[in-house]
Ligand binder design. Structure first.
Ligand code: ZN
Length: 414
């Protein structure tokens, strides 16, 4: 990789060079790279953002990879601020407990452990827990919360060191992080190094079926190198000596799947469920490149309908703000060219983001309380995966006459 950036010439799973480029979002800043006021006049790094579909194995992936050091050293996403995410983590931990009968002799390792919110739930079963996260600022938060955290990128040699230090793992988890990692073979090698012989590996990631169905194009950004369907994932898992022994669809992040793996055995325990999912993927034509061409066209149509609505509302004298300074919102505002002339500001519940400016568009981010103090006419929900939670929380904004705009999968005013 040149210092910051490399062009993807072959598929990360099957190494084929038959990559069909289908969605070009242009030159984009890093979606979580919020700017301080004093940085606004300085040059902001931007990188090409485009998607490709592997015609051989079916993996959808970015056409380029930004150096992870650029993206993850100082990271701003913290999951525990959301009730929905915590409920999801609770269900994952309970499932792991049913599978492994957790107690104080169990070791649980979480890859991409963020502020330790998932591991803190495992502590309820008195498990020994270890987090791994490269973001120094957030690893510090986890340590303060009593979660031992290795501040590093996960790879097979780190896995060996952790095994030596803490013992072999009964459960390895990786939620919403696998898509960030370029070398997936190294992930499986690391999990193999860490895991006890009968241990389980549980991972969750956004599901390509939902992304395509619900037009979630704004979840495509530099951090997310891969967009998984079951088919290519099953291929690489099996190639690396694992089998999928549990799977379910989840509501989080606009629709995800949770997969449980164990070392390959002679018979596959969930063949019927796997076939059911593979069948859905077949019906959705995920193996047909026209599906991706159509997806690009639908994104262009959405851009037209949202920007013309906003232009109309502004001409009519309305004040509009954004709700949720999510990375996906930064993709949407940059690609749709929705700047400060359209959105006065964005409110967000994450204290770390308040007082900063969004990457690219430089829209100021304020605390949520500003919405009801200020009563703008419309709030565009950029964190649309939390739309219900947000509208419930801001019920009195609506009761006083405020309106919400939900942009995805189609533009709606509520
Ligand atoms: Zn491939």
């Amino acid at each position: 990789m040149s210092r910051d950036f490399r062009i993807v010439k072959s598929c990360r799973i099957c190494k084929s060079s038959r990559l069909y480029r289908f969605l070009d979002l242009g030159s984009m800043p890093i979606a979580n790279n919020f700017r301080k006021k004093e940085e606004l006049g300085k040059k902001e790094p931007k990188y090409d953002l485009a998607c490709a579909y592997c015609e051989n194995c079916g993996l959808v992936q970015l056409s380029s990879v930004v150096n992870p050091e650029v993206m993850f050293k100082d990271y701003l996403y913290i999951p525990s601020t959301s009730k929905v995410m915590m409920n999801n983590f609770t269900s994952l931990v309970y499932q792991a407990h049913l599978d492994k009968n957790l107690d104080d002799s169990s070791v649980v390792v979480d890859i991409g452990s963020n502020d330790g919110s998932l591991l803190s739930l495992f502590k309820a079963y008195e498990c020994r827990v270890v987090g791994i996260d490269p973001a120094e600022n957030i690893a510090k938060v986890a340590e303060l919360n009593g979660i031992p955290t290795e501040t590093a990128f996960f790879d097979s040699s780190l896995a060996k060191r952790i095994r030596k230090k803490y013992g072999q793992a009964d459960v390895v988890t990786a939620t919403n992080v696998i898509a960030h990692i370029d070398d997936l073979y190294e992930v499986f090698k690391g999990v193999d190094n860490l895991l006890a012989r009968d241990g389980i590996f549980i991972t969750e990631f956004p599901y390509l079926v939902d992304l395509i169905d619900k037009l979630e194009f704004d979840t495509i950004y530099h951090e997310h190198l891969s967009y998984f369907a079951l088919k290519p994932w099953k291929y690489i898992a099996e190639k690396c000596g694992f089998e999928i022994c549990g799977l379910r669809r989840l509501q989080v992040h606009g629709g995800s799947i949770r997969l449980t793996h164990r070392r390959k055995s002679s018979k596959n325990p969930v063949k019927k469920t796997l076939d059911y999912f593979l069948n859905i993927e077949e019906q959705k034509k995920l193996s047909d490149k026209r599906t991706y061409k159509e997806f690009s066209q639908r994104v262009k149509d959405l851009k037209k309908s949202l920007t013309s609505l906003i232009t109309f509302l502004k001409q009519d004298g309305n004040r509009i703000v954004g709700y949720g300074a999510a990375a996906k919102g930064n993709v949407l505002t940059n690609f749709f060219n929705i700047g400060k002339d359209k959105l006065d500001y964005i409110v967000d519940s994450t204290p770390y983001k308040q007082g900063l400016f969004t990457p690219g568009m430089h829209i100021p981010v304020y605390a949520e309380s500003r919405l009801q103090r200020d009563m703008p006419d419309y709030a565009l929900i950029l964190a649309w995966n939390f739309a219900n939670e947000i509208m419930e929380k801001q019920g009195s904004y609506k009761a006083k006459g405020g309106k919400f705009i939900i942009p995805i999968p189609e533009v709606r005013i509520i």
